[in-house]
Write a protein that binds this ligand. Structure first.
Ligand code: NAD
Length: 428
């Protein structure tokens, strides 16, 4: 296997071609490996084979074209096409159920598919973010299905993905990576495989440490954002701008306060803290409280909107509200767990009309001007670059009432003639 990795003849199957799996498959293919991408959504398979990415990411179209045209990447939804591969890289989603417990159904299905396709000596890598101890459980599942012994007859690793949407192809190469093996040999093999394109530092550990590391990283961010959000609430009570206060506090050499906003979304941050504590015996107050604070932020934005409507004596049930941005983060088309959607749900039944406009998300008003024409309030819910340089004084002339609520600190100076509110912007 090592020799096959060194001379790029190892055959790879990537299972799940979403935000993580597709860029990973493309990157391995462009590093010289023959890659088969296995995906259950047939329309995604068709798009990829016709060289059109189904996700928005800088450079993805050129890199996908290169990978497919070189003959190194092919997508399929036929499990027979991934039989007998040297390495399987699992990148399926690991969401939460309604009750906030992990839904490992996609992962288990993917592992079963791999178990039926793999051969003795295959390396199986789980890139998906999973609750602690899952990789060992999945190795046992493979043993039950195949009779092969984990660590002896096949290698298994958790190799968490740390990329940030919008910078995926750069970060795939330059981020440091953790390889958590169920045995040291497993970790070694995965490290060698990924070294074919990773230029960042690489570390080997056990699969459980690796699972915890990934979850700690996102929990750290979630808890710190919750603290920043709590500071935002305080800023409203004290009539100050939290962003000015944070900038000044961050001049301290050992302080780095995160950025408050309308909420925390995406596939990862809202779920990973739950995955971290789920298998544990005891309850973990701080981590859960942080989740509650972050989940509650769309309600602060709603309060700000309703305050503004009160200022102009407009009853909410008569107000037309335009929400700008549905994606959970700037310059992305990803709306999973987006606080913008929660915000829309929260106000929908209480106002006359909610319109949405997101230049990267389908099914919304295509045109910003159309969304704002005759509206009483604009609410910025995503920090898309396109929203940072808007001429509000001009756009205001299209609106029936000039209310602007900034949920993402996109507007530095409140535009003249507007009733302005912003998350963390006390004093307006
Ligand atoms: N998106 C990110 O920024 C990010 C960053 C780091 C880690 N992660 C983790 O990576 C994992 C994948 O996330 P994502 O954003 O790429 O998810 P995604 O939903 O975009 O992609 C998952 C893909 O897997 C496919 N799939 C589901 N079950 C399958 C099966 N049994 N066989 C084949 N294909 C199957 C789905 O149809 C989908 O296309 C998650 O665990 C996530 O937590 C994501």
């Amino acid at each position: 296997m090592l020799e096959k990795i060194e001379n790029r003849t190892a055959e790879i199957a990537v299972v799940g071609l979403g935000y993580i799996g597709l860029p990973t498959a493309i990157t391995f293919a462009n590093a010289g490996f023959r890659v088969t991408g296995y995906e259950i959504r047939k329309e995604v398979v068709e798009r990829i084979n016709s060289r059109k990415a189904h996700i928005v990411e800088p450079e993805i179209d050129e890199l996908l074209k290169k990978a497919v045209e070189s003959g190194n990447l092919r997508a399929t939804s036929d499990p027979d096409d991934i039989r007998g591969k040297d390495a399987y890289i699992i990148c399926v989603q690991t969401p939460l159920n309604e009750d906030k417990t992990p839904n490992l159904g996609y992962l288990e299905d993917a592992v079963r598919t791999v178990a039926r396709a793999m051969k003795r000596g295959s390396l199986i890598v789980i890139e998906s973010t999973v609750p602690p101890l899952t990789t060992i459980k999945m190795a046992k599942l493979i043993e039950e299905i195949t009779g092969l012994k984990p660590g002896e007859d096949f290698y298994m690793v958790h190799a968490p993905e740390r990329v940030m949407p919008g910078r995926i192809f750069e970060e795939l190469v330059y981020n440091s990576r953790i390889f958590g093996g169920i045995t040291p040999e497993s970790a070694e093999l995965a490290e060698r495989l990924y070294r074919s394109f990773v230029k960042g530092r690489t570390f080997k550990t056990s699969s459980t440490v690796s699972e915890v590391v990934k979850l700690m990283e996102n929990t750290f961010r979630d808890v710190n954002i919750a603290l920043a959000n709590e500071f935002a609430y305080l800023a409203h009570q004290y009539g100050i701008d939290v962003f000015e206060a944070i900038e000044l506090a961050n001049t301290h050499p050992r302080v780095r306060i995160h950025t408050p906003g309308i909420g925390v979304g995406g596939h990862c941050l809202p779920k990973d803290p739950h995955l971290l504590v789920w298998p544990a015996r005891d309850d973990f107050g701080l981590i859960r409280l942080a989740r509650e604070i972050n989940d509650g932020m769309p309600l602060l934005a709603k309060d700000l909107l309703f305050d503004a409507l009160k200022t102009v004596n407009l009853p909410p049930e008569k107000a037309v509200v335009a929400v700008l941005g549905l994606a959970y983060k700037g310059d992305s088309d990803d709306t999973r767990n987006s606080p913008a959607l929660t915000f829309v749900d929260e106000i929908r039944d209480e106002v006359a009309e909610v319109r949405t406009h997101d230049p990267l998300v389908g099914g919304t008003h295509e045109n910003l001007e159309d969304a704002l024409r005759g509206a009483d309030a604009a609410v910025i819910a995503t920090d898309h670059t396109a929203f940072k340089s808007l001429d509000w004084e001009k756009l205001g002339s299209l609106m029936r009432t000039k209310i602007l609520v900034d949920g993402r600190h996109v507007v530095e100076n409140p535009p003249v003639g507007f009733v302005f509110k912003g998350v963390g912007r006390g004093g307006y």
